[in-house]
Structure formats: structure tokens, C-alpha cells
Ligand binder design. Structure first.
Ligand code: 5AD
Ligand code: SF4
Length: 442
């Protein structure tokens, strides 16, 4: 097919923050090739769909997304399928649709310029998980806002029985210490004041510092703590079993490490946790949280939950509600279990009726919502800093994040990237109102 020269690209990312990070890096890669970002898919010569496999019926949704890229005049842009669905489907994509030109996995996207070149003479698939790190091949970071993501770890060896990540993202790997520190310096030099370290199992990060000493995530955080100009550090997503005592202590003594932790538990029933292959119990999870609260009493906790896992009884579900009531999460993500092809849980013969799962999910979310509001209400009257990230819906409104990751709306003449002293004044379920104040009490 004859296509106009590739000038404009559009990258559409779905799913987790790690995909968001990959999407940004692919954009930077294409810009380094001289292409420019298009406003939308309709005006792009090259569209990259950076897909997520965690979504329900992920592959089906991707194929209809691809279909929508066909234009009224019968033409379509060059289409690259990236992300976890690309990894999982591989060459199968080319058998299912004629519209896709390039299939590239999350570990191979640094090959994109070369693949685009090859695609001029035929379709290409690259879902290798090469030993060489893609991070070394990517151009320097360009577009940086006040808050930046930095991938430090990828992949997962945990094999929870419901999850596709170990198959789509591969085995756990940690990026080298010095590369991460260099990237953090580059981000701060370009204006980042907050960095969120990303990884599927970010707290499993391990490496060696410049002196050759072995380090865990807390060692990396302590090194980042020394970067002047960097004011806030966060990390996600963590697994309870990799939550070391050293990392817990870091929450007590590193001021830049924000009082927020996303630590998924998935279920409050030990029987279900075992079937999920989570390798922790509700008791071990709760004692971790107790230690965290000892060192950092105001820490905001967040989690992920799956309801309706195969074999989940009303009693198991009740135990999840009990755990939630005990922890009182500041925020949480919750999902009705849905089978992912190729995972052990998909073949379990005690699948739960979808209607039952949906009804449980509603009850669970109602409980989580009351706690989220309660958490926000408790913070009213606190004086703190917010880092301004964007304009609000109404004229004059600006929105920033509190240390506890709440969205705080203020009406004040401030700009994106400002760190503003506020008093939290009014709580809603999803956001808080604040008033600018003079003094800062972190
Ligand atoms: N069904 C429902 N939720 C799932 N998650 C992962 N796999 C599934 C599945 N098969 C959820 C988990 C995980 C989050 C990112 O997505 O809660 O922590
Ligand atoms: Fe998936 Fe479990 Fe690994 Fe998280 S820890 S990515 S849920 S396999």
C-alpha cells in the first residue's frame, strides 16, 4: 500500500503507569527520528496502540480499537500494536487483522525506528525479550513535568494464579543503580520535583551502588534523597513479601519519601490467598502495616482487590470486607475476577457466577468509598504542601497533590510546578479543597 511519508505520530496508552512511561519513551524515540506528535489518531500517519492485558477481554477490545482507526476514505494510518496484548498475541495479530503493520512487545520497543523502516516492505513482529536493555537505547528524556515517572524494575516472578504479567512482561529485572540515578538527575534538571519509581514489583528492586555494595530499594531511595531539587519520592507497585524492614524504616526517616504506600493484598481470606499463590497471609500483611504505621503514623495506604476469585465463598468475601474495615484504606482499586487465558486460575473448575462477583464488587466498593471519604475528612485542618500539577475545571482553580496523594483544589494565582503551602479545608470522596497559607508545616 502506498502511504504518505510518516510525519505525524500518535501514541495511545492504556493501563498502568508503567505503560504510561513506555508510551512517553516511545514518543521521545519517534521525535528523535524527526517525527512530530499529532493531536489525535485521525490526523496521524503512524498510530501506536500501547495496550494493556489486565483489562477484561483485552484482546477483543484491542481489535475493535484497531478497526476504529479505519478512515472514511478507506485509508488507515500505519498501525503499531505495542504493550502487553502485543506481547501475548504476537504473530496471531497479523492473522486476525490486516490493518496492523508492526507488533512490538514491551521489552523491544526501542527497536521501533528500525521496525518502521522494515515495515515499508512488509509486516514485522518483534516480541523478543532481549538481554540488552532497551533503556540504554532510548534518547534522553525531554518533556518533563513537575511529577515524573521513572521505571526502575520490570517483570514479575511471583506467578499469582490470576495474572498475566509474568507472561507478558517476563521475569523480574532491575535497572542498574547508576543508570537510575543519572536518569533522576536528568529529570530534576528538566524540572521534575517529584519522582515516582515504577515497577511491577518495584520493592523487589536490587542492585549495587557505585561502591559495589548490594542495595535494595531503600538504598536507591536514600541515594535519590541526596539529589537537591528533588523534593518528593514515591514508588509503586509493591508486593507484601518484598517489603523489607529496611524499606519500612526508610518511611520513618526519609522526609522526601511521601507518606503513601500502594500495597495490594487482593483478598482477606487466607484460603483464597493460597489459591491465588500470593505466598502471604492476612496476618503477615496486617503486621507489615502495623510496622509501617509505627514508623510513619500518618501513612496513607492503598490496595488492589479481586472479588469472585474461583471458589470464593460468601465467608471468604466477608473476610475481605473485615480486612478492609481493619485497615481503612485511603484509596483502593478493585476488580471482579475475570479469567485470563493461559493463567492457572482460568482453568480452575470452581469459577464464580459473574452476577455474584458484580454484586460483591459493589458491596466492596461501597465500603472502600466510605473509608476514602473518612480518610479525606480526617486530614481537614492539616497544613501541608501541595505540588501543583494542572489547572482545575473552573477558571482560577488549580489542582495539586498532597503528600498523601490526595487531589487538592485551590483557587490561587499559582502555576504548574509550584509547591504551595495550604490548609486542607473541605473533603469530598475524590478531592479536597484547600486554602493557600503563608507558612509551611510538612
Ligand atoms: N481479574 C481481575 N483482576 C485482576 N488483576 C490482575 N489480574 C486480574 C484478573 N485476572 C488486578 C489485580 C492487580 C491489578 C493490577 O489488577 O488486583 O493487582
Ligand atoms: Fe501479577 Fe502477582 Fe506479579 Fe502482581 S505480583 S504482577 S499480581 S503475578
Amino acid at each position: 500500500m502506498n502511504r504518505p511519508p510518516l510525519k505525524r505520530f500518535y501514541v495511545k496508552s492504556f493501563g498502568c503507569q508503567m505503560n504510561g512511561y513506555d508510551g512517553e519513551r516511545m514518543s521521545e524515540l519517534l521525535e528523535a527520528e524527526g517525527m512530530i506528535a499529532a493531536e489525535d489518531a485521525a490526523t496521524a500517519d503512524l498510530v501506536v496502540l500501547n495496550t494493556c492485558h489486565i483489562r477484561e477481554k483485552a484482546a477483543e477490545k484491542v481489535y475493535s480499537e484497531i478497526g476504529r482507526l479505519k478512515r472514511a476514505d478507506g485509508t488507515s494510518p500505519m498501525i503499531t500494536l505495542a504493550g502487553c496484548v502485543a506481547q501475548a498475541e504476537g504473530a496471531e495479530v497479523l492473522a486476525r487483522t490486516k490493518m496492523v503493520d508492526i507488533v512490538v512487545g514491551p521489552q523491544a520497543y526501542h527497536h521501533l525506528p528500525e521496525l518502521i523502516h522494515q515495515a515499508a516492505s512488509g509486516k514485522v513482529v518483534d516480541i523478543d525479550m532481549p538481554v540488552e536493555s532497551k533503556f540504554d537505547k532510548l534518547p534522553a528524556r525531554k518533556k518533563v513535568g513537575p511529577t515524573a515517572f521513572l521505571t526502575v524494575q520490570e517483570g514479575c516472578d511471583k506467578f499469582c494464579t490470576y495474572c498475566v504479567v509474568p507472561y507478558t512482561r517476563g521475569a523480574e529485572i532491575s535497572r542498574p543503580f547508576s543508570r537510575i540515578i543519572n536518569e533522576a538527575h536528568a529529570l530534576v534538571d528538566k524540572g521534575a520535583r517529584e519522582i515516582t519509581l515504577l515497577g511491577q514489583n518495584v520493592n523487589a528492586w536490587s542492585g549495587e551502588d557505585d561502591a559495589g555494595r548490594p542495595q535494595g530499594l531503600e538504598g536507591l531511595i536514600r541515594a535519590l534523597d541526596k539529589i537537591s531539587g528533588l523534593e518528593r519520592i514515591r514508588y509503586m507497585t509493591s508486593h507484601p513479601n518484598d517489603m523489607s524492614e529496611g524499606l519500612i524504616e526508610a518511611h520513618g526517616d526519609i522526609k522526601k519519601l511521601m507518606p503513601f504506600l500502594h500495597l495490594p493484598v487482593q483478598s482477606g481470606s487466607n484460603r483464597i490467598l493460597k489459591a491465588m499463590n500470593r505466598a502471604h497471609t492476612t496476618e503477615s500483611y496486617l503486621s507489615l502495616l502495623q510496622r509501617l504505621r509505627e514508623v510513619r503514623p500518618d501513612i496513607a495506604l492503598s490496595g488492589d482487590f479481586i472479588v469472585g476469585f474461583p471458589g470464593e465463598t460468601e465467608q471468604d468475601f466477608q473476610e475481605t470486607l473485615d480486612l478492609i474495615s481493619e485497615v481503612r484504606y485511603a484509596m483502593a482499586f478493585s476488580f471482579a475476577y475475570s479469567p485470563r487465558p493461559g493463567t492457572p486460575a482460568a482453568d480452575m473448575d470452581n469459577q464464580i457466577d459473574q452476577g455474584v462477583s458484580k454484586e460483591r464488587l459493589q458491596r466492596l466498593q461501597a465500603l472502600l468509598n466510605t473509608h476514602q471519604l473518612e480518610f479525606n475528612q480526617q486530614t481537614i485542618g492539616r497544613k501541608t504542601d501541595i505540588l501543583i500539577e494542572r489547572a482545575g475545571k473552573k477558571l482560577g482553580q488549580m489542582i495539586g497533590k498532597s503528600p498523601w496523594l490526595q487531589s487538592v483544589i485551590i483557587e490561587a494565582p499559582v502555576k504548574i510546578g509550584d509547591m504551595v503551602a495550604v490548609e486542607l479545608s473541605e473533603a469530598g470522596p475524590n478531592s479536597i479543597r484547600g486554602r493557600q497559607t503563608e507558612s509551611v508545616m510538612a
